[in-house]
Design a protein around this ligand. Structure first.
Ligand code: PAN
Ligand code: ZN
Length: 198
């Protein structure tokens, strides 16, 4: 529910540090460790082994102070560490916006992919610094680090958009991004069976 009790924000300048990909003043920052990505990697045993072996931080999300309430327009910066679990590249959990609201991402550092899935079709956008990825209403979205360095991007989204993570557990994301034997990134079907092209 929108928090109508929260007073609207006054106009506000937010300092964006390009070099460190940080916002100031900052709001909530969250850390997603491997253990919070349960059920998302195809190779469950590799996921379990990684949780047991130090439960590494896979990504961090730093938010501006703009609240996630209706009619506000919050921003956040996500930084995904490089890595693989099994041969699947490290990624965000991925979610659908319950009200099917759109969103934009701006790639800042590193090399990423923006995977989108509407329940039927999957789309992949290559994200390098300066790329704006547009997420249309109704497309679930997940970000993947396909490079050797941390991948950072800025997200701007409607405050009332919400994050439905159960949708992805139920419907999947259409594709998986893997790197085998240090080679090129490949996109597989979600069950891992088919090579769906690079
Ligand atoms: C982003 C994501 C962020 C982390 O700010 O929330 O990249 O990904 P998950 O939420 O899937 O863990 C966004 O799309 N907001 O709507
Ligand atoms: Zn989103």
């Amino acid at each position: 529910m929108p928090d109508f009790a929260a007073p609207p924000l006054r106009p506000l300048a937010i300092a964006f540090d390009q070099a460190t990909a940080t916002l100031s003043p900052e709001g909530a920052t969250l850390e997603r460790r491997m253990s919070s990505l349960e059920g998302l990697f195809l190779d469950h045993e590799a996921w379990q082994a990684s949780v047991a072996d130090g439960d590494p931080v896979v990504y961090r999300v730093q938010s501006s102070p703009v609240p996630e309430t209706d009619r506000e327009l919050p921003q956040s910066i996500t930084t995904i560490e490089p890595g693989t679990t099994g041969d699947e590249l490290w990624m965000t959990k991925g979610h659908q916006h319950p009200n099917h609201q759109g969103e934009i991402y701006l790639a800042l550092h590193g090399h990423g992919g923006l995977l989108m899935f509407d329940g039927q079709d999957a789309e992949w956008l290559d994200m390098t610094p300066g790329t704006i990825g547009y997420i249309p209403p109704g497309w679930a979205h997940r970000s993947i680090n396909v490079g050797a360095d941390p991948y950072s991007f800025l997200a701007v989204y409607p405050g009332g958009a919400g994050h439905d993570y159960g949708w992805v557990l139920e419907h999947g994301m259409g594709r998986r991004a893997v790197r085998r034997d240090g080679g090129a990134v490949r996109l597989l079907s979600y069950d891992g069976a088919d090579d769906a092209g690079a």
